[in-house]
Design a protein around this ligand. Structure first.
Ligand code: ARG
Length: 576
């Protein structure tokens, strides 16, 4: 086991059991990084009351029973009863050496759970916006990380592919022709197609009437209408997939599970809710009223499951997602990566599902996505006030990255520079979405996300490229830098200790569903490497065994940065 916190936890727990009896062997010894040692165990303070002794005496008992001779070189009681623990250099080196041979880099496999993740979810015939960008990027990082931890991740792209606008969209598609240039807009500029349909719908009463008829035909399962609807979906899929390919996101057609998937479930869901007395008709609509969900002046807020016109809304489709994911996908945990403003909606959906007995032991979690704003602090728009086209935004990121690469690598040819610019531009945008906590608002700022210093994608990508260049300069292959690792200098020790924390950082992302924690870890690691590289010569180390050890630490750092970025969905160019 590589993670010192985990190892020390077990050792202190054994000591607690030996000192105070088996009941205490499960107590959390509260091992935390310390400024006076590597770690401190804070258990004594909390235990004092329970065992009726002074904290310092409890600490002394712990130390008397603690068997850490192979792990720690110093154990010391300080203050009111902290136990300070300083690791042995040979223990750190031994664990770092193990990392060198471990393709999981010290990340334990967890007991596999079934985890559907609902993310991305753009709407058919609509432009994806920066909000969709963020759920796509965060959801994909979570999917990759949970998969790496050993879970069975089931990607669920809940696209908006159903509802009243489809009458108007189908009628417009029929008028322009399925193979027309106008229809092809769906693949490149879906808003233009939508707007054209909308203009007709608003200005032409006859078109509007036909559109309404279309909705009825669509819901009634009319074959020709369904064929046209499928055509719309196909064209939109081409647009989504182009964005996903550009973003290097793992979603494929197999992951599509749009709103329409749940059509057959909606009627029975309403019936069941009504039969169980959970839903009631109010002003013509079928509603669920839940305790504690009130709006202004204490007025109860309903979850509408069937509208007064008989249509089903967002409430019923999301209830269906819960039922399907628990019953069919056997979900242990359902992750919804959706905008923060949907929080109330989802809470009502969970609560209703719980009442209807559809949730069982499944744990639903809302990974709240905060708004993305422009540099003016308002919802991001183009200068003319129109919504930003996502593809144009990504193109701009790559273009700006190209300017950076032209300056840093004038020696490379155009094709090589263009390839690097793509990785840097896209990596910068993705990393910016991931590096701050997913529920905070943030300002979309190209200059900041493309900066080569600070907690940015390009900074970390550059850190990996620089390490590769060290090996290139030495005419060496990182794979052959196998050590043995020896730890003597303070900067070597700090770097090795940091490397031991990778598995814990990854596991933490799995538990908290917060990718920014992995970003913070990688940023710290890159900084530890910089300090190490500044104070410890690697290629120029005189003693061959010191050189071999430092090369091995350098190689583990490279592997860890590349693996970590990979879990976030960010690639690391070979050169930069
Ligand atoms: N299509 C919706 C939108 O663009 C997001 C759907 C999120 N997923 C869900 N299960 N409700 O706003």
């Amino acid at each position: 086991m590589a993670d010192p916190q985990e190892v020390l936890t077990q050792r202190v727990q054994s000591a607690l059991g030996a000192a105070f009896g088996a009941d205490y062997a499960e107590t959390d010894p509260v091992i935390r990084p310390s400024q006076f040692a590597d770690y401190q165990a804070n258990a004594a303070l909390a235990l004092a009351k329970r065992v009726g002794r002074k904290p310092r005496d409890v600490a002394a008992e712990i130390v008397a029973h603690l068997d850490v001779a192979d792990v720690c070189r110093e154990v010391e009681i300080s203050g009111p009863g902290f136990v300070n623990l300083t690791l042995r250099e040979d223990w750190i080196a031994g664990r770092a050496q193990e990392l060198r041979a471990d393709d999981r880099l010290g990340t334990p496999r967890q007991e596999p759970r079934n985890i559907p993740i609902d993310y991305s979810a753009p709407n058919v015939a609509k432009e994806m916006h920066v909000g969709h960008l963020r759920t796509t990027v965060v959801g994909d990082a979570l999917a990759r990380t949970l998969e790496f931890l050993g879970h069975n991740v089931i990607r669920q792209n809940h696209i908006g592919d159903w509802g009243t606008p489809f009458g108007m969209l189908i009628e417009h598609l029929l008028e322009v022709g399925e193979d027309s240039a106008d229809a092809a807009l769906l693949k490149t500029d879906p808003n233009a197609f939508y707007q054209a349909a909308r203009v007709k719908f608003d200005g032409d009463e006859e078109f509007a009437a036909r559109s309404r008829g279309r909705v009825v035909a669509l819901q009634g399962g009319d074959a020709e209408t369904l064929r046209l609807w499928r055509d719309l979906i196909e064209l939109s899929k081409a647009y989504f997939n182009r964005i996903y390919a550009t973003l290097d996101v793992t979603l494929t057609d197999a992951d599509l599970a749009g709103e329409s998937t749940y059509n057959d479930m909606l009627g029975p869901i309403c019936d069941e809710l009504q039969a169980k007395g959970i839903a009631e008709v109010s002003e013509g609509a079928l509603c669920v009223f839940l305790d504690g969900f009130t709006g202004r002046e204490g007025k109860p807020v309903p979850l509408i499951v069937r509208k007064s016109d008989g249509g089903y809304g967002y409430g019923s489709t999301d209830l269906a997602t819960i039922k399907y994911r628990t019953e069919e996908l056997k979900a242990d945990r359902i992750v919804y990566v959706i905008g923060a403003p949907q929080s109330l909606h989802l809470q009502m959906v969970y609560e209703t599902a719980r009442k209807a007995d559809w949730l069982g032991d499944t744990e639903p979690v809302h990974v709240q996505i905060g708004n993305v704003l422009g540099t003016d602090g308002k919802i991001l728009r183009t200068r003319s006030g129109a919504p930003i086209r996502l593809m144009a935004l990504l193109d701009e990121a790559v273009e700006r990255a190209a300017k950076v690469v032209a300056e840093t690598r004038p020696d490379l040819d155009d094709a090589a520079r263009a390839a690097i610019a793509r990785e840097v531009g896209i990596g910068a945008v993705k990393y910016a979405d991931l590096s701050i906590s997913h529920d905070t608002e943030y300002i979309f700022d190209f200059d900041r996300m493309l900066a080569l210093n600070g907690n940015t994608g390009p900074y970390l990508q550059y850190a990996t490229a620089r390490i590769r260049s060290i090996f290139r300069k030495g005419g060496l292959d990182p794979a052959e830098a196998t050590g043995p690792v020896v730890v003597t200098e303070a900067a070597e020790r700090a770097l090795a200790l940091r490397l031991l924390g990778f598995g814990a950082a990854v596991a933490q992302v799995g538990d908290t569903l917060e990718p920014h924690r992995l970003c913070a870890y990688l940023f710290d690691l890159a900084q530890s490497f910089t300090s190490f590289y500044e104070s410890c010569p690697v290629l120029k180390a005189e003693d061959p065994s010191v050189r071999a050890s430092r090369l091995a630490l350098t190689a583990v750092t490279l592997d860890t940065l590349v693996k970590g970025l990979g879990l976030l969905g960010v690639t690391a160019p070979e050169r930069m």
